[in-house]
Design a protein around this ligand. Structure first.
Ligand SMILES: *[C@@H]1O[C@H](CO)[C@@H](O)[C@H](O)[C@H]1NC(C)=O
Ligand SMILES: *[C@@H]1O[C@H](CO)[C@@H](O)[C@H](O)[C@H]1NC(C)=O
Ligand SMILES: *[C@@H]1O[C@H](CO)[C@@H](O)[C@H](O)[C@H]1NC(C)=O
Ligand SMILES: CC(=O)N[C@H]1CO[C@H](CO)[C@@H](O)[C@@H]1O
Length: 268
């Protein structure tokens, strides 16, 4: 049977959680040969979570990209991201350890352990168990190269989510909200700017580590995806520091000093 036919049949099949044989086909871990299939830039398309706190976190995500790249260690992959959370960009980087089909990221007090699953072509599907303090839940996140997905795969995604017992509510990227700038894509200029404008002084370090308002603290503590956590806790590259330090626009200031949106309030 051709792969396409299998996909079509799976999409058409009305699954229930107990349809084990179909689900077995639908939730196969992606076996990574050399990781090149996952490297590069991916744009978030849709996702699900099975814990209300994680669902709320997803709900605040207006756009998101990730970038996976090699390190000198074959088992270590650098994960960078740019999340637009309400009006604000949160960017950062961390290293994930890959062992077999399982990837693990430890970030401060949180741990995210999961797998990439076989899915549509040019898609990346991540399924994990995330622990953050005493909250344990799961995420299912679908990315594509373009941020758009062939609608014929929507049912496949939904069936995959169902097989994994995720709730039927799916969060989706609107396809329009601007992605956060990836500073690595305008490398040299940013580096120079960083050197000149943003000396790495003690105060700035403090700023990064100790957000000033209650709201910010709460928001940071409750940000539950890998990406979000890491950003605040371990800003290692110049670009990341710059981003944190360079929140100078009206919107961002407003967000920090006076969160007024539903989502921010909810996070409290
Ligand atoms: C990831 O690991 C590589 C290789 O060990 C290291 O050079 C790099 O700085 C690490 N990146 C982060 C964000 O920790
Ligand atoms: C800070 O942001 C402004 C406008 O967004 C930009 O022109 C400037 O280069 C940034 N500075 C740094 C150090 O990134
Ligand atoms: C950030 O990561 C570096 C290595 O990438 C590590 O040495 C440092 O302790 C980390 N800092 C925090 C606050 O986690
Ligand atoms: C919505 C939510 O998860 N709020 C939690 C944020 O984190 C603080 C402490 O880390 C918890 O007390 C809140 O319940």
């Amino acid at each position: 049977m051709s792969v396409q036919l299998v996909v079509a049949l799976l999409a058409l099949a009305s699954l229930n959680a107990a349809s084990a044989p179909l689900c077995k086909e639908l939730v196969k871990p992606l076996v990574l040969e050399d990781h090149t299939e996952i490297y590069g830039k991916w744009v978030y398309v849709m996702g699900s979570a099975d814990h209300s706190v994680f669902q709320k976190a997803l709900g605040t995500l207006k756009s998101s990209w990730i970038d996976l790249s090699a390190t000198s260690d074959h088992q270590v992959v650098t994960l960078r991201w740019g999340d637009r959370i309400d009006g604000k960009c949160v960017v950062g980087a961390t290293n994930a350890t890959i062992s077999g089909t399982t990837s693990t990221v430890h970030i401060h007090l949180s741990e995210h352990k999961g797998q990439y699953l076989e899915t549509c072509p040019d898609c990346l599907l991540w399924s994990d168990t995330s622990r953050n303090g005493d909250i344990t839940g799961r995420y299912l996140l679908l990315f594509t190269r373009s941020g758009k997905m062939d609608p014929t795969y929507l049912d496949t995604y939904k069936n995959q989510a169902e097989c994994l017992n995720f709730p039927e509510t799916h969060h989706t990227y609107d396809g329009e909200t601007e992605l956060c700038t990836d500073d690595n894509e305008k490398e040299k200029m940013v580096h120079e700017d960083t050197m000149v404008e943003e000396p790495t002084t003690e105060e700035e370090k403090t700023t990064v580590e100790e957000p000033t308002t209650e709201e910010e603290k709460t928001t940071e503590e409750n940000l539950t995806t890998e990406e979000e956590k890491t950003t605040e806790e371990n800003l290692t590259t110049e670009e990341e520091k710059t981003t944190e330090e360079n929140l100078t626009t009206e919107e961002e200031k407003t967000t920090e000093e006076n969160p007024t949106t539903e989502e921010e309030k909810t996070m409290d």
